[in-house]
Design a protein around this ligand. Structure first.
Ligand SMILES: Nc1ncnc2c1ncn2[C@@H]1O[C@H](COP(=O)(O)OP(=O)(O)OP(=O)(O)O)[C@@H](O)[C@H]1O
Length: 310
C-alpha cells in the first residue's frame, strides 16, 4: 500500500489554482522530496493532506485512509513539522516534548529525542529564547516523537546553519532506516539530492516531473561534464567531437572538457586514447538537481504563460 496517494487533487483560491490536478504516489518507506519554487503549491498540498484545508476537487489517501474522513486516525500515525512552526515561548523544550507525547498518547524519552536534534543543552530552557534554527529543530523533535509511521515536514531545512542541516539530514536518514516514510518539501536542493529516494517537482501547482534525482537530471537534459587531464592535438579534438552524444568539447589548462551523457562517457575517453591523447586522470562533474529544477520550472512557467496568453 502507498503511504500517500493523491488523484486529481486541486485547490483553487477565488478561482485561481494553487494546486492543479495533482496525481502523486509516495511509496511506504521512501524519502520523497517535494520540490518547487516559492508559491508552487507545496504548503497547500501538505495542508490538504493534513486536512487543514479542503480540496476544491480530487482526493487523497494516507495509508489507504481518506484524508478528510479519517483525519484523526491519520494524524495519530503522522509526525508533522508545519510551515511557520511556532513554539510556546514560555514552555521549555522538555515541556514541548511532554506535551506532544501526552497529546498523541505516545511513549518516548524527551531527553533522547531532543538529543537527536542537538538540543540536549537547552532542554530546560524556555523555547521563547531559542534561536530560529533551534526552534525549527524543536519542531522536528516534536514531529519524530512517538515514532510515527509517516513524517510530513514542510521546509525542514529553513533557517538552519550547516550544523542544523546535517542534524536534520541524519534524523531523516535514521527515520527511514527505522521504517518510516518521509515526505518533505524543500527548495534546498543540495539536501534533497543527498537524502531523497525520489523527488517530485511542482511548478505553478502542477507536478512537472517525478523520479530519482538522477532520472530528473536526465529528463531535464542536464549533461555531465567530463574533465580529462591529457594533451590533445586537433586530430584528437575533432575525433571526440564526432562521438555520438558529445555536444560540446573545449580545451582547458589541464587538457579537455567534454559535455556528454553518461552513456557516451567511455566512448569519448576511448576515442581520445585511440587518437593518441594520454589519459592521465579524469573526473566527472554531473549536472546538479538544481540545474534540472531551474530548467523544468522555467519550462513550466513558459507553458503556463502560453496557456494564459491563448
Ligand atoms: N489562503 C490562501 N488564500 C489565497 N491564496 C493562497 C492561500 N494560500 C496559498 N495561496 C496561494 O497559493 C499559491 C501556492 O502557495 P503555497 O504556499 O502552497 O506555495 P509553496 O510552494 O508552499 O511556496 P513557499 O515555498 O513560498 O512556501 C500561491 O500563489 C499562494 O499565494
Amino acid at each position: 500500500m502507498s503511504a500517500i496517494e493523491t488523484a486529481g487533487l486541486t485547490k483553487r483560491y477565488d478561482g485561481t489554482p494553487a494546486v492543479s490536478d495533482l496525481d502523486l504516489t509516495v511509496h511506504t518507506g521512501e524519502v520523497y522530496g517535494f520540490l518547487g519554487p516559492n508559491g508552487a503549491g507545496k504548503s497547500t498540498t501538505i495542508d490538504m493532506l493534513m486536512d487543514y484545508t479542503r480540496p476544491s476537487a480530487g482526493q487523497a489517501t494516507i495509508f489507504g485512509q481518506d484524508v478528510r474522513d479519517d483525519a484523526s486516525a491519520i494524524h495519530a500515525r503522522t509526525g508533522i513539522l508545519p510551515d511557520r512552526f511556532g513554539v510556546y515561548g514560555s514552555l521549555t523544550g522538555r515541556e514541548h516534548l511532554d506535551y506532544i507525547l501526552d497529546a498523541n498518547d505516545a511513549t518516548g524519552d524527551p531527553e533522547t529525542i531532543l538529543g537527536r536534534v542537538g538540543l540536549s543543552d537547552a532542554i530546560d530552557q524556555r523555547a521563547g529564547g531559542y534561536s530560529k534554527g533551534m526552534q525549527q529543530r524543536l519542531g522536528l523533535a516534536m514531529a519524530i516523537a512517538g515514532d510515527p509511521d509517516l513524517l510530513i515536514l514542510d521546509e525542514p531545512f529553513s533557517g538552519l546553519d550547516p550544523y542544523g542541516v546535517r542534524l536534520v539530514r541524519d534524523v531523516v536518514a535514521a527515520e527511514r532506516d527505522r521504517g518510516a516514510t518521509v515526505f518533505f518539501s524543500s527548495h534546498v536542493l543540495d539536501q534533497v539530492e543527498r537524502i531523497c529516494d525520489r523527488v517530485g517537482l511542482l511548478a505553478d501547482g502542477e507536478l512537472v516531473a517525478e523520479g530519482t534525482p538522477a532520472e530528473l537530471r536526465a529528463t531535464a537534459g542536464v549533461e555531465s561534464r567530463l574533465h580529462v587531464d591529457t594533451d590533445v592535438d586537433d586530430t584528437a579534438l575533432t575525433a571526440v567531437r564526432n562521438v555520438d552524444g558529445v555536444t560540446y568539447v573545449t580545451r582547458t589548462d589541464a587538457g579537455v572538457e567534454i559535455a556528454c551523457g553518461a552513456e557516451s562517457r567511455y566512448h569519448a575517453l576511448n576515442t581520445l586514447a585511440d587518437a593518441g591523447a594520454p589519459i592521465r586522470t579524469f573526473n566527472v562533474d554531473t549536472g546538479t538537481i538544481e540545474d534540472a529544477f531551474v530548467a523544468m520550472a522555467d519550462a513550466q512557467r513558459e507553458a503556463t504563460r502560453g496557456r494564459d496568453d491563448a
